[in-house]
Design a protein around this ligand. Structure first.
Ligand code: ADP
Ligand code: MG
Length: 302
């Protein structure tokens, strides 16, 4: 495209809430054949709500309110471990504990295990909060709660499990809903003949439920950031021009690998830096607007 056409395209982008970081992104976008969407925070709101707090009773019951006490203890210990985490699941759990007027002290040690969970030390004891699969790798026996977890995941919920001092104290389920613009955007992409793929670090059942809701047939779940990159490469090796849409630190490398990386503006700074295109609003339909702008821009050259 001519420099003038590029400038016009960028201007149109800006008025639709889309920043193109360079003329290249503007030109390639209209040629993409596959769009790969991250799930959490991209297709979904990224504001998971705590729906279930299920303590696993290990101690002897001391009074009639012990069940409530157990739930509060589970929520409090989990929130203490999550207090310093930036993850949307962590923020939601901490907020929920605050809403319950629980006192959330700071842990003496904290480390996050990206894509897996958090590990903290409080009052000299370790608190681990992580995905069920990570807990199993840690050697925690989940047999007694496996079916319950399975059923919650079947509802599209993400489940995190908590241990205190090496003992299982329970699990918390959270539900994140698709953005209102997700469905219309995906249908429009299909009309344009562009394939849709979903990628997520979340578990297979929760991913499948969201995918079904949005009618996405190609889904990769339980993927770590490096695997997200590999999946983009695989699609490129099939000869396709790939657009990746993401918001998280976990998506940065995949955004860079894609032919066009589209960062959702509400996302993390690292994703915003990695993307060639930034969507300023939370509305995914801007993906369609920017493809149209790109096509018009390139159309003007000849
Ligand atoms: P996504 O790719 O969908 O954005 P992530 O890679 O961030 O998901 O996380 C994958 C999974 O790792 C989560 O579904 C959760 O089970 C677990 N996880 C990640 N961070 C945390 C955390 N701070 N607390 C508990 N679990 C976490
Ligand atoms: Mg995400």
């Amino acid at each position: 495209a001519t420099p003038t056409a590029i400038m016009v395209g960028m201007g149109k982008g800006a008025s639709s809430g889309v920043i193109f970081k360079g003329g290249d992104a503007l030109e390639i976008l209209g040629k993409i054949q596959v769009t790969v969407f991250d799930k959490t925070g991209t297709l979904t709101e990224g504001k998971p709500k705590v729906t279930d707090i299920i303590p696993v009773n290990t101690s002897n019951r001391t009074n009639d309110n012990s069940e409530l006490d157990d739930a509060n203890t589970l929520l409090r210990f989990t929130a203490i471990a999550e207090k310093n985490s930036e993850h949307p699941l962590a923020k939601s759990i901490v907020q929920n504990a605050k809403d319950m007027n629980l006192h959330i002290e700071s842990p003496s040690e904290f480390v996050s295990i990206p894509g897996k969970g958090v590990r903290a030390v409080f009052e000299g004891k370790e608190i681990l909060v992580a995905s069920p699969s990570q807990m199993k790798r840690e050697g925690v026996d989940l047999n007694s709660i496996e079916e319950n977890i399975f059923n919650l995941q079947q509802e599209g919920k993400t489940v995190v499990v908590t241990t205190h001092d090496g003992k299982l104290i329970g699990f918390i389920a959270l539900l994140d809903i698709p953005k209102p613009s997700a469905k219309t955007t995906l249908r429009e992409l299909e009309k344009l003949g562009i394939d849709v793929v979903m990628l997520t670090g979340d578990n297979q059942r929760a991913a499948a439920t969201i995918a079904k809701d949005l009618s996405i047939s190609r889904v990769f779940s339980d993927v770590v950031p490096s695997e997200k990159v590999e999946i983009i490469k695989q699609l490129q090796n099939e000869g396709k021009k790939v657009g990746m849409i993401g918001d998280g630190i976990n998506d940065a490398a995949a955004l860079t690998q894609a032919d066009v990386g589209i960062a959702v503006g509400s996302g993390t700074d690292i994703a915003l830096e990695a993307g060639n295109v930034v969507l300023l609003r939370n509305d995914l339909f801007a993906v369609i607007s920017s493809i149209e702008i790109s096509k018009k821009t390139v159309g003007k050259i000849k």
